[in-house]
Ligand binder design. Structure first.
Ligand SMILES: [Zn+2]
Length: 521
């Protein structure tokens, strides 16, 4: 059976009554010639004239910055320029560039309607979003039809309804990425801040169900082995927290699927994965570590995690880095080493200052995979002439922007007194960025100041302890006491006058608490 309609339909879309100043006031249900009626007319005129003119001018400018291919970094550079001009984050600027290009190229008739004031900007933005998944030829069919509607008079519901019908007409014919092209993995922190995150693996159904079946089979096999081990007394496989032995009950299939998936060896064939790629950085304020404050910690510099979880992670951490910050301003205090090769402490400091790429607008997390860079280039032949290797002259960049900076396409210049960095993008646009400071410390310092006022000179830490009004479960109290012991142990270790940053084997394990024998009765 052939298609009944080779072309999308063209129903006449017109209003029963034309929209005039008079009918507008009637539709607004306000009395004519009143201040309210004047306001309604002013809103309408401003939208259809000044607002539409500003919007279309901006879209034309943005469209001129669009480039299809990323030859010579042009696309990345233009996106940065747009982000600077719009004062937007980079991903947002990239979306605006794509929308502007689409508007001017594929929706020219409707764009002209916006310009002449008969198609409201919001409707047009909705039109852009609605046709994103269509092919360019299909978009032009939509454009031509929508522009023929009586746009100056129909109401908003009618517009949205007719547009949905029209776009739905393409239905399955709409272009989509193939399932193979959609293979990807995302990590999504839970929005309710309960300390969990979700790993989403997307791909063709047969591959994902195949993976699910293998995981399921593995979980069932381990569960059977746990059951057998419980009866024979053999070592229990995958008993991660010792719960199986303690409770005499095998783990649930859901918990086993998780345990197996997160412990799976990642097979990369002959490609060697460098060790630091698996690094996870947890930044914990020392008062949180000591259990004296509930200020949250961060994972990889950007993801907040609850204080309790941070203390647990810290208790298990194989290595610690001490980072000193000014308690009032939150500025990072300079670390001692000023030699060419940055010290480990300096590198660590820098990860905290720039958890995301330092280029304005860029949102890539560089805590783990970013690159360290001299703001003022280091001169390898005449080190005394070039930029020094110190925190004030270093920052972290993502790989793309590091490459662009090396190529001279983006050029930072830092004021040594204020720490403000002026970025020149594509030789013309300029944007100033203030030095990053430790926000957690700032939050804590506010608490401290408050405590200071309240207790007139009592010790800050004592004040914080007294302020704590949280109801804690016995497990939380035990947890906090253990953290406190561990924190004091760390403080002792690091404040030892003999302590040498260059030769730091890490703190020794904590001596166990003496066991109390149960009372004999
Ligand atoms: Zn970047």
């Amino acid at each position: 059976m052939g298609e009944l309609h080779a072309e999308p339909p063209r129903p006449p879309v017109s209003a029963r009554t034309p929209l005039t100043p008079q009918s507008l006031v009637e539709r607004a249900e306000v009395a004519p010639h009143t201040p309210e009626a004047e306001t309604v007319l002013r809103l309408f005129r401003r939208r259809s004239r000044e607002h539409a003119a500003l919007y279309t001018a901006e879209m034309r400018d943005l469209a001129s910055l669009w480039s299809e291919e990323d030859e010579g970094n042009e696309k990345a550079l233009n996106a940065l320029a747009a982000a600077a001009g719009l004062r937007a984050k980079l991903p947002r600027a990239e979306d605006r560039l794509r929308d502007a290009h689409l508007a001017v190229t594929d929706l020219p008739a409707c764009f002209a309607c916006v310009e002449s004031g008969i198609l409201p900007v919001e409707w047009f933005e909705w039109l852009i979003r609605s046709v994103l998944r269509l092919a360019p030829a299909q978009r032009r069919q939509v454009d031509e039809r929508v522009a023929a509607w009586q746009l100056d008079s129909i109401d908003v519901e009618r517009f949205y309804r007719e547009l949905r019908h029209l776009v739905e007409w393409f239905g399955r014919a709409a272009v989509q990425e193939s399932p193979e092209e959609q293979r990807s993995v995302f990590i999504q922190p839970s929005p309710d801040g309960d300390g969990t995150a979700c790993l989403m693996i997307r791909g063709p159904i047969p591959e994902i169900t195949g993976f699910g079946h293998r995981l399921d089979a593995a979980a069932r096999a381990v569960q059977d082995a746990q059951r057998d081990a419980l009866t024979t007394g053999a070592p229990i496989p995958f008993d991660l927290d010792g719960d199986v032995a303690r409770e005499g009950r095998k783990m649930s299939l859901a918990a086993l699927r998780y345990a197996i998936a997160v412990r799976a060896m990642l097979e990369t064939g002959p490609v060697e994965v460098p060790e630091p790629a698996f690094r996870l950085s947890v930044v914990v304020p020392v008062l949180t570590l000591l259990g004296l404050s509930h200020a949250p910690a961060t994972l990889d510099g950007t993801i907040p995690i609850p204080a309790r979880m941070a203390r647990r992670l810290a208790a298990k951490a194989p290595a610690f880095e001490r980072v000193l910050t000014d308690p009032v301003t939150g500025d990072y205090l300079p670390s001692a080493s000023l030699t060419y090769r940055p010290s480990a402490a300096m590198a660590e400091n820098l990860r905290l200052i720039d958890p995301v790429c330092a280029v304005p607008g860029c949102t890539r997390n560089v805590m783990t995979v970013g690159e360290m860079d001299h703001v003022e280039e280091f001169d390898h032949e005449h080190p005394e002439r070039g930029g020094p290797t110190e925190i004030a002259n270093l920052h972290r960049l993502c790989r793309i922007h590091h490459r662009m900076k090396t190529a001279g396409l983006i050029d930072p210049d830092r004021d040594p007194d204020t720490g403000i960095t002026r970025w020149r993008i594509a030789g013309t646009l300029e944007r100033e960025v203030a030095r990053n400071t430790d926000l957690i410390t700032r939050e804590l310092s506010e608490k401290l100041e408050h405590a200071w006022e309240q207790y007139h000179g009592d010790l800050e830490i004592e004040a914080l302890t007294t302020q704590r009004i949280f109801d804690e479960s016995p497990a939380e109290i035990a947890d906090r006491e253990e953290s406190y012991r561990w924190g004091m142990h760390l403080l002792e270790y690091y404040s030892d006058p003999e302590y040498d940053e260059g030769d730091d084997p890490g703190p020794p394990p904590l001596a166990p608490l003496p066991q109390h024998a149960p009372p004999p009765f």
